[in-house]
Ligand binder design. Structure first.
Ligand SMILES: O=P(O)(O)O[C@H]1O[C@H](CO)[C@@H](O)[C@H]1O
Length: 257
């Protein structure tokens, strides 16, 4: 067992505390380390713990590790998250490939790219209509089929709220009407920052709980359940990401032999 970061070959772990100006992880279950190593022979860097707006960091700081990755030579970002399933077809433990997002915090003028634009990373007005790489989504679906995961892998639209509270019934009903299929408190600002600096991006949600859209329900979402489902699905997620990374490497090698 262990997360993806734990099974890298030639692993080097760098605690966030020793990286100058790096934020610190404050969330239970987020260890706070950058882990370098090889996954199926492919050099990768994993974040063991990410940063959320509700921890008190501005969005640009939450997403700063993405720019650090860009400067390290990273070309592809695979962002994963735990999310509530809003689409009634999703079950707990399912995977949702993100085909699009709704940047709710952006609606209120809060964006990781706010402030002076650093042209060395990217343009002032980056497009976001093709944020999630279509080829990677297609190949992830093929890989899911090969691994026998086709019944649990879906495609949908993710939305990020500021948190830390889970959503009200009325909020969830509204998000559903807006077209969201999964709901979380991360990823969108990382993806925007990644696309701004021209990383190829894919993302997926692990559905850790069903969103409660009925007033007569006695269930409550909670972080313990989110972490438990994450642990339960750890091995499947590892295999899935490993296969996607292998595919990326093969295509890169065929382009630049
Ligand atoms: O998005 P990640 O970091 O996977 O975690 C999700 O799970 C936590 C809530 O249980 C929130 O932080 C939410 O964003």
């Amino acid at each position: 067992m262990g997360s993806l970061a734990d099974v890298l070959d030639g692993k080097i772990e760098v605690p966030y505390e020793i990286i100058p100006h790096f934020p610190r992880s404050t969330v239970q279950g987020h260890a706070g380390k950058l882990v370098f190593g090889y996954l199926s022979g492919v050099p990768v860097v994993c974040m063991k713990g990410r940063f959320h707006y509700y921890e008190g960091y501005p969005l640009w700081k939450c997403a700063m590790p993405v720019r650090v990755m860009k400067l390290l030579g990273v070309t592809h970002l695979v962002a994963t998250n735990a999310a509530g399933g809003l689409n009634p077809k999703f079950e707990v433990g399912d995977i949702m490939l993100v085909k699009d997002h709704i940047n709710l915090m952006g609606f209120a003028g809060n964006n990781p790219l706010q402030g002076p634009n650093d042209e060395r990373f990217g343009p002032r007005f980056p497009p976001m209509n093709e944020a999630y790489d279509k080829t990677l989504i297609r190949e992830a679906k093929r890989i899911a089929k090969e691994l026998g995961l086709e019944n649990i892998v879906h495609e949908g639209c993710y939305t990020c709220l500021g948190g830390p509270n889970f959503e009200t019934v009325a909020e969830l009903k509204m998000l559903s009407m807006l077209g969201a299929d999964s709901v979380g408190m991360s990823t969108v600002h990382e993806v925007i920052t990644g696309r701004h600096c021209d990383l190829t991006v894919m993302a997926f949600s692990l559905i850790t709980n069903k969103c409660i859209t009925a007033y007569d329900s006695n269930d409550n979402p909670n972080h313990e359940e989110v972490m438990d489902v994450g642990k339960m699905r750890q091995d499947v997620l590892k295999l899935f990401v490993q296969s996607i990374v292998k595919y990326i490497k093969q295509t890169e090698d065929s382009i630049n032999p």
